[in-house]
Design a protein around this ligand. Structure first.
Ligand SMILES: Cc1cc2nc3c(=O)[nH]c(=O)nc-3n(C[C@H](O)[C@H](O)[C@H](O)COP(=O)(O)OP(=O)(O)OC[C@H]3O[C@@H](n4cnc5c(N)ncnc54)[C@H](O)[C@@H]3O)c2cc1C
Length: 424
């Protein structure tokens, strides 16, 4: 919708992109008395939000200790102030006050009681309407025009929009069919901002081992995953990261929360050389305790095969693959297992090795790592340090979180802070 140059058509704030961050920024600025326009290139708001949490929307994480909270992000320290202004507690209160009931599940993950992402979106839509945010659908911002250190207008596919202040919330590059195709980076670059190279994060990992496809569909809870960089000179330097949680085997590699959480770092390490991922299937037991458990089983079922015994406490397909890795005879009778053979089994259960080859691309990545350099954003206001009337919020900035509601929380927090700052 084209806009003229009359004073009436100059909004106080123009928010670009109606994802979680943009909607929160627009509501907050409008709540503070400003005349706000929210510009979205899709015909609907929050297309990606509807996909979150498999349609259930893991909307935040009830980690209320902010020092702990920031540890769940890449560059999390930057968010500390935003969290202290509008953290998980405030986000939960915000939605509850608007009538959306929430519940907390394992890992402190917060969901709407209805298990329906649509309810989260409807709540935000109503709040936008109540605060009289003017929404322009089906309108892509294709360029910005600026004079000195101020943006003076946005160019849309058809027409233009003028505002006193602008908040850029166009998201990252993942799941581009939802609208976040990375074009926002170009807009930011045009205004002089540096973009830290965007990479897929929270993405499934492809591995070299062919046997992985025999495990497709198996998921294992409470596995310890350790990542090593193989080409570092010292043993101590090799261990890069550790994560515990659920792993899901796919036909080409691994997915599931623990795999997704290490993927960003694995991607970075792969650029430097070979990487190994090791799984401990029994992290709560040390080698002796596990040996004792296995020996008890072997005694109890002395006439059964080792494959049958292992299959009693793990999926049969996994037991078969593990025994293939050890090179032992799967049909060996428990009674005949030597001490060395038992030792080999224990070692494998505590240390299955995988060789990552690649991280899936943006089409499968839940979020983007990289984005607008944090050095150029004031963490107390989300304001650009380069352009006087520009603010940022959401995934477009160089912060990304683990699975568990952390990414949406980052959007609520930075969106709120940007909207509030634009009003001062
Ligand atoms: C499958 C999936 C599941 C997820 N599940 C969870 C979860 O359960 N919990 C969690 O915390 N996080 C989850 N995430 C991550 C979370 O959805 C994102 O981090 C979040 O949506 C980012 O919000 P945003 O507002 O920054 O960007 P987006 O949600 O990407 O929104 C950006 C908006 O800007 C619009 N836009 C882009 N360019 C332009 C332009 N030039 N002009 C106008 N409009 C433009 C886009 O159309 C889009 O609507 C999930 C992500 C995916 C892909």
């Amino acid at each position: 919708m084209p806009k003229g140059d009359t004073k009436k058509d100059i909004f106080d704030v123009a928010v670009i992109g109606a994802g979680p961050a943009g909607m929160m920024a627009a509501c907050t600025a409008a709540r503070n008395g400003l005349r706000v326009v929210l510009i979205e290139k899709n015909k609907q708001l929050g297309k990606k939000l509807l996909l979150t949490g498999n349609g259930r929307c893991n909307l935040t994480n009830a980690e209320f200790n902010l020092r702990e909270l920031v540890k769940n992000y890449n560059n999390g320290e930057f968010l500390f102030h935003a969290f202290s202004v509008f953290g998980p507690k405030e986000a939960i209160n915000f939605f509850e006050k608007l009538g959306l009931k929430t519940k907390v599940e394992t890992g402190r993950r917060v969901f709407p009681k209805s298990d329906d992402a649509e309810e989260v979106l409807d709540t935000l839509k109503k709040y936008l309407a109540d605060n009289k945010v003017h929404i322009i659908y089906d309108s892509e911002v294709v360029d910005v025009s600026f004079k000195g250190n101020k943006i003076n207008k946005l160019l849309l596919k058809s027409g233009e929009i003028k505002a006193k202040k602008y908040i850029l919330c166009t998201g990252g590059k993942s799941y581009s069919l939802t609208g976040s195709d990375g074009f926002g980076y170009k807009l930011a670059e045009k205004t002089g901002h540096t973009i830290i190279k965007p990479k897929p994060a929270l993405a499934p990992i492809t591995v070299k081992e062919g046997w992985i496809k025999n495990l497709q569909g198996i998921s294992l809870k409470d596995v310890k995953v350790t990542v090593f960089q193989n080409n570092l000179p010292t043993q101590a330097g090799k261990k890069q990261l550790q994560e515990e949680g659920e792993i899901l085997f796919t036909h080409f590699g691994i997915s599931g929360p623990a795999a997704l959480n290490i993927s960003g770092k694995v991607g970075n390490l792969l650029e430097k050389g070979e990487v190994k991922i090791c799984f401990d299937l029994f992290p709560l037991l040390n080698q002796e305790q596990l040996l004792k458990g296995i020996e008890d089983m072997l005694k109890k079922y002395a006439n059964k095969t080792i494959k049958n015994i292992l299959s009693a406490f793990m999926p049969e397909r996994l037991a078969e693959v593990l025994l293939d890795i050890t090179g032992l005879d799967k049909n060996k009778i428990a009674n005949n297992m030597s001490k060395i053979e038992k030792g080999i089994i224990i070692k494998t259960l505590k240390n299955i090795e995988l060789t990552p080859e690649d991280i899936s691309g943006f089409e499968q990545a839940i979020v983007t790592r990289g984005g607008i350099s944090l050095k150029e954003i004031d963490h107390k206001t989300m304001k650009s340090k380069i352009i006087d009337n520009l603010f940022f919020a959401g995934e477009i900035i160089d912060v990304d979180g683990k699975t568990g509601g952390f990414n949406l929380q980052m959007c609520w927090s930075t969106g709120y802070l940007a909207g509030r700052s634009a009003a001062t």
